[in-house]
Design a protein around this ligand. Sequence first.
Ligand code: ADP
Ligand code: MG
Length: 265
Amino acid sequence: MNTTPPPELAVRDVTVRFAGLTALDGVSLTVAPGSVHALIGPNGAGKSTCFNVLSGLYRPAAGSVRLGERDLTRLAPHRIAALGVARTFQNILTTEGTVADNLMLGRHALTRAGFAASALRLPHAVREQRTHRARAREIAELTGLAAHFDSPVSLLSYGDRKRVELARALCLEPRVLLLDEPVAGMNGAERARTVEVIQDVRTELGLSTLLVEHDMGLVMRLADEVTVLDFGRRIAHGSPDDVRRDPEVLRAYLGTGGPGEEDAA
Ligand code: ADP
Ligand code: MG
């Protein structure tokens, strides 16, 4: 494991506009080194937009994103990934290849030997591949996928496939992990398993996690700090306990079932 703590991730006054709509309006949040920070809010609040800014897919009209001393605000997605910020997507699941293939794809950005050297199976390239594969297997163990390492992902359960996405993000050796609804659509047992994995990943790899999640029970168990968005604005932040009692938060969730124990949005 990397023993130096991850740098602080600081989002400052970020505004994102789409024709006529302000999806994020001067939003700030700080992910403290090594912490789990939850980003919650009703549907359309701007959570995924915030992730898209953090991973370089959207450029904000105003504001900044910093990782330690580095300014990420206008960097391309691959540069941000190379600086140690990896993400999973809300609605994307792979159907191709084995678990190992998918994890090796995640390692690709870290591979030094070029395509040609790998294709020609030159000794240094073969050695490097072997090292990457060993690390991919460790990550599969950490994420509960070791038994499926050589299985096609198409044969895995839904919960395991969602965790392949998480494992692939971890294969980038990130310092900050962005998880967009990591348990969406999972049953109770799959959720519990994924919560364990997120906790293990934090202790074993010592990274920071920013988590978008609707399940308030899960947020309460996992998060050190919570930021609440509504219509693109930050309406509350603090400990999970503070946030869940906040009158503004209760109002935002009114009629959606509240920030209850299950999918609130
Ligand atoms: P959340 O993830 O919290 O449900 P989103 O960040 O996906 O919310 O969306 C916030 C708002 O921005 C919504 O009103 C959504 O329709 C709008 N939005 C998101 N992405 C785009 C886009 N690429 N073009 C136009 N509107 C968008
Ligand atoms: Mg979303």
